[in-house]
Design a binder for this molecule. Structure first.
Ligand SMILES: [Zn+2]
Length: 209
């Protein structure tokens, strides 16, 4: 148990310490917008903002999924890596992510949903985190009711809690929900776009109904 705690503390420290840039200010002085990275903002008259702050080729497939969830109804924010190679350099961890357009959108939104990706190439997993236990439960209920999609739901998400108040997903008017999706699931979306749409519909329903 103690070893486990030590290890999870260590991996957290590594995850946070692994970022090349400590915040957006540092990143923007070294990287070129429109060449190395791109910010996509669709501000809609909607209570919900869907974010993929590690979009493009930083966490591949998260932009497409966030876009599918937002549809035409919710606001959408994407921070995308568009370098030919080495996009992981553009990863700013959620608690340090302070790109001004994202902060402005969060401040103007009643709720936020953040989409991430983690490395897991075998199992199709959605890990449910974020600082809003009520919304997290709604999300978990909707996802676990969707049997037949072949998706494993981990809730609460032990490996990526996402409940830190500094996490961008919790800087909306209310704390939000963070969904970590496995590599295997995002690869399935590419082979089966209908699955992406179906899961997006279920997730949107949990957030806005
Ligand atoms: Zn991420």
């Amino acid at each position: 148990m103690i070893l486990q705690l030590l290890l999870s503390g260590l991996s957290l420290a590594l995850a946070a310490g692994a970022d090349f840039y400590k915040n957006y200010d540092e990143l923007s002085k070294a990287e070129r917008e429109g060449v190395d990275y791109r910010v996509v903002v669709h501000q809609r008259r909607a209570p919900l903002t869907v974010l993929a702050i590690h979009g493009g080729d930083i966490e591949i497939g998260t932009s497409d999924f966030a876009q599918a969830i937002a549809g035409e109804d919710s606001s959408l924010y994407l921070f995308e890596g568009i370098k030919h190679t080495g996009n992981s350099k553009l990863h700013i961890t959620s608690t340090h992510f302070d790109e001004p357009r994202a902060l402005a959108m969060a401040a103007g939104s009643r709720g936020c949903l953040s989409i991430h990706g983690f490395l897991e190439t075998v199992r199709s997993v959605v890990c449910v985190g974020g600082g809003n236990p009520v919304m997290r439960k709604k999300m978990t209920d909707q996802l676990t009711a969707a049997t037949g999609l072949g998706i494993e739901v981990e809730s609460p998400c032990q490996r990526f809690g996402g409940d830190d108040a500094k996490n961008i997903v919790n800087r909306c008017q209310n704390p939000g929900v963070q969904l970590e999706t496995s590599t295997a699931l995002r690869r399935r979306f590419d082979r089966d776009p209908a699955l992406r749409l179906e899961l997006a519909r279920i997730i949107r329903k949990a957030m806005v109904d």
